[in-house]
Design a protein around this ligand. Structure first.
Ligand code: GAR
Length: 210
């Protein structure tokens, strides 16, 4: 069974969705850069070992990332899952985990990298918004896309209502992507992810307004 380490910084609702889905993996640890991350308690309640490594007190991003990599590698994971881990990652760290570190981002990438994605989608008048699970590369919120889910943007949406609608899809999408990795269904070809699924409906579409 593949071993998974999950990195969080806060609430950990995506982490919880993944733990609840019980994909065929061994959860080796949940690591947070913040001691007060609510997700740590949730992880413990699921019987998963937890660790905290605060980024404060390190001289540089590289120094923190090197220590974090040492901590992660102690668990010998096959996959690193970033679940609301709100840190910009150094080049060396990303390279070290190339092809075995995934992230979820609350937008339909490559649109709206960075923060405040829901407010920006509303400001741009987008009719569809959503979330993306992708392999992590050196560029922030970029990298080969594994899966995406879209939701409609409604006329009276606020960033809060839109974020809640997207989060429902995040909780569906991320566990699925972890399962695909565990089942060796993902491959990278020319920088693009191929997902090997038993059935795909090529006529499927999502359109809004319909
Ligand atoms: C999620 O919405 C996730 O997509 C986002 O942070 C939230 C974490 O929530 N991640 C990013 O913005 C990464 N760039 P959670 O702690 O409840 O999973």
């Amino acid at each position: 069974m593949k071993k998974v380490v999950i990195l969080i910084s806060g609430r950990g609702s995506n982490m919880e969705a993944i733990l609840r889905a019980q994909p065929p993996v061994e959860f080796a640890a949940v690591i947070s850069n913040k001691a007060d991350a609510a997700g740590l308690e949730t992880a413990r309640a699921h019987g998963i070992p937890t660790a905290v490594l605060s980024h404060k007190g390190f001289d540089s991003r590289e120094a923190f990332d090197a220590e974090l990599a040492r901590l992660i590698d102690g668990y010998t994971p096959d996959l690193i899952v970033l679940a609301g881990f709100m840190r910009i990652l150094s080049e060396g760290f990303v390279r070290h985990y190339e092809g075995r570190m995934i992230n979820i981002h609350p937008s339909l990438l490559p649109a709206f990298t960075g923060l405040n994605t829901h407010a920006r989608a509303i400001d741009e008048g987008c009719k569809l918004h959503g979330c993306t699970v992708h392999f992590v590369t050196g560029e922030l919120d970029h990298g080969p896309i594994i899966a995406q889910a879209a939701v409609p943007v409604l006329n009276d949406d606020t960033p809060e209502t839109l974020s809640a609608r997207v989060l429902v899809q995040e909780h569906r999408l991320y566990p699925e992507a972890v399962r695909w990795f565990a089942e060796d269904r993902l491959s990278l070809l020319d920088g693009k992810v191929r997902v090997r699924l038993d059935t795909v409906d090529p006529s499927a579409s999502l359109r809004f307004p319909a």
